[in-house]
Write a protein that binds this ligand. Sequence first.
Ligand code: NAD
Length: 275
Amino acid sequence: MVQHWFDLSGKVALVTGAGANGGNGHAIALALAEAGARLVVSDIDAAGARETAREIRALDRPVLAVHCDNGNPDDITAMFAEIDRVYGRIDILVNNVGIGQRARPEELSLADWQRVIRVNLDGTFLCSQEAGRRMIRQGTGGSIVNISSIAGSSALGRGNFVYSVTKGGINQLTRELAVEWAPYRIRVNAVLPAQILTPALQQLFRDPRLDAEKTRARMLAGIPLDRFGEPEDVAKAVLFLVSDAAAFITGHLLAVDGGSLALNAGGSKVWPKDE
Ligand SMILES: NC(=O)c1ccc[n+]([C@@H]2O[C@H](COP(=O)([O-])OP(=O)(O)OC[C@H]3O[C@@H](n4cnc5c(N)ncnc54)[C@H](O)[C@@H]3O)[C@@H](O)[C@H]2O)c1
């Protein structure tokens, strides 16, 4: 009886950074397709996007794979022109692309700072603007979900400086757009994951500047539910937010973090006598 709240039949959904690499975008694209949406999957990795499209076609859902570098405004313009040509509308946008540049703040170059800002903030802004203009014209509402991070609401340290700053910006972009576009029934929300077991996190564990075991233990100590997230944990939250089940929710930052943001940095999930 309540399943229809989550039914996305007839909707056109774009997920950026949805290449088949076992990351969050990949899991989100498959979930939205299973819920009935017609998909657009974009990625800087064209082969990865094509592979996700193949998986979605196997679910018997229409899908368009697009090569798009979110750091290149011309690519974003061309992607939306292609969406216009193929589907003629857009109902759901998931801004999933997010990169980092691990460096000490006192050593980070301006070029690296600007590259991360360009991909994460300019890219999210431009995709939202292109989608928002179309949703406003269509007059049938819409839903935008930004994949932020707990790093946008609390500081991680360990060289996450510019990454965290962009995620903080994405949180505020979410609130501003939610208010600006509420009159058009365009809902704008964000998901704030803690550490999710994606290729990006696996790569961090291979960073020679970090002790993988210590980093892993430190991260887990900050997650009350005592496990890393899975890409499907993120996909479930996105499916909820884009669906009719969240019809009265906009401007919300939904932590998908096993309780990480709830835990004070000086707090602990174990009693001192049990340590
Ligand atoms: N993995 C985590 O622990 C974690 C935690 C919090 C938030 N997030 C956020 O989730 C999102 C996805 O993270 P992930 O770990 O799945 O990432 P990932 O790096 O594993 O995959 C992201 C995808 O984006 C693509 N991509 C990279 N640069 C691009 C660009 N310039 N234009 C288009 N596509 C590009 C990659 O090819 C890849 O397919 C990001 O916004 C990230 O900040 C991840």
